[in-house]
Structures are given as structure tokens and as C-alpha cells.
Design a protein around this ligand. Sequence first.
Ligand SMILES: CC(C)(COP(=O)(O)OP(=O)(O)OC[C@H]1O[C@@H](n2cnc3c(N)ncnc32)[C@H](O)[C@@H]1OP(=O)(O)O)[C@@H](O)C(=O)NCCC(=O)NCCS
Length: 195
Amino acid sequence: MQLKIAELSDIDNVLKLHAKYQISTIQEEDKKDGFVTTALTKEELTKLINEEQGLFIAISEGEVVAYVMSASWQFLASWPIFAYMMDDLVNLEYLGQKITPENSYQYGPVCVDKSVRGSGVLEAIFDFAREQMSKKYPILVTFINKINTRSYAAHTKKIGLEMIQEFSFNNNDYYELVYDTAKALKNERLQTPQD
Ligand SMILES: CC(C)(COP(=O)(O)OP(=O)(O)OC[C@H]1O[C@@H](n2cnc3c(N)ncnc32)[C@H](O)[C@@H]1OP(=O)(O)O)[C@@H](O)C(=O)NCCC(=O)NCCS
């Protein structure tokens, strides 16, 4: 398996994976294993790559099998939920400091194809993206829909994200989670997924 920062030529394959698990296009039987709420377009991913270098992918046998998006709050401010979260950061403290739009970034969406789930791909791509983003930001912030129990279990038990608060937005209930980007993941499975 290869981990890399996505290039413009990877976007179509990322969107193919995204469509499989995005809430409006996911197969009914897949919903129990998690879904992505954020809708993404080719234009948005192009901007994300050009302006932030914020798209990370895992490739296996020529297919994109996982992606992680990570971006500054400024980049995300036109999505209502991110604007809401950004305005609320001032009320949160982590690592002995107030969280701000400057010392933190937003992790997610993240998506792992069902063919490779549970194999350590999530941990590997998380850590790859974390390492890149840690060069600019000490704090990762993210949210998970409370009904996405698989994502919550994976991110709290395996990755070690810490729940900092709960919030509701647009009739959905979310956990908000944080992570110290200086902390490399110590997981024996990080090295195992290979072609
Ligand atoms: C969420 C996601 C990234 C997690 O990656 P993953 O490779 O599936 O994670 P893992 O299988 O390593 O870990 C999931 C854990 O949740 C548990 N789990 C599995 N199904 C579950 C469910 N329906 N409810 C609660 N926990 C569940 C598993 O048992 C596993 O823990 P274990 O290995 O200790 O038993 C992946 O499933 C995915 O991409 N889902 C679709 C999109 C999505 O939900 N993205 C996240 C949006 S916030």
C-alpha cells in the first residue's frame, strides 16, 4: 500500500470512493458501518490540493482505498457546520491553551473502502496525514455524528482521539474530538498493510 499527498490526477478516484460512502449515495446495507455527511465536488478538491495540500490517500493495486481530508478553518468556512465549529473554538481548551482557528485544523472527512477496513489502513493514513499537518498545527479538531458508531469506536479506541464536547447542528447530534498532532501513533499494525 502506498500513502501519498493527493495530486489533481487522483481526484476522480477519490470521488469514486467518496460516492460509495457519502450519505446521499451510499448503499443502504453499508450505512451501519459508517458514512460521510460532507458532500465534496471536484472543484473543492482541486482547491484543497492547490491551496492546502490537504488531501491524503492510500493506494492499493492501483485503486484509492482510503482518503483523509484535512484543512484550515479558513478554507472550510463556507460550509455551515465548519463555520459553526470555528466560531465555537474560542470556548475550548486543549493542551493548556485555548483552541483557535490558527493553532488547529479540521480533520475529515475520512473514508476507508470496506475491502480494507480493520486492516490498519485507517491508522496508517491517519498518522501519515497527522505528520504532514503537525508541521503547521499543534491541534487536530474533528466531529463525528453520534449515529456513526463505527467511526467513533475506531477514532477513540484505535486512534486515541479525545472527546472534548458534544454539540447539535441542523438536527444532528455530534461528538467533537481533539488530538495532539505531536503524538505519533504507536500501533503495531501501522507497518502491515502492504501489496
Ligand atoms: C469509519 C472508518 C474510517 C473506520 O475505519 P475501519 O478500518 O473500518 O476501522 P476498524 O475496523 O479498524 O475499527 C472499527 C472498530 O469499530 C468496531 N465496529 C465495527 N462495526 C461497528 C459498528 N457498526 N458500530 C460500532 N462499532 C463497530 C469494530 O469492531 C472495530 O473495533 P475492533 O477492531 O476493536 O473490534 C471506516 O469504517 C469508513 O470509512 N466508514 C465509512 C465512512 C465513514 O464512516 N467515515 C467516517 C466519518 S466520521
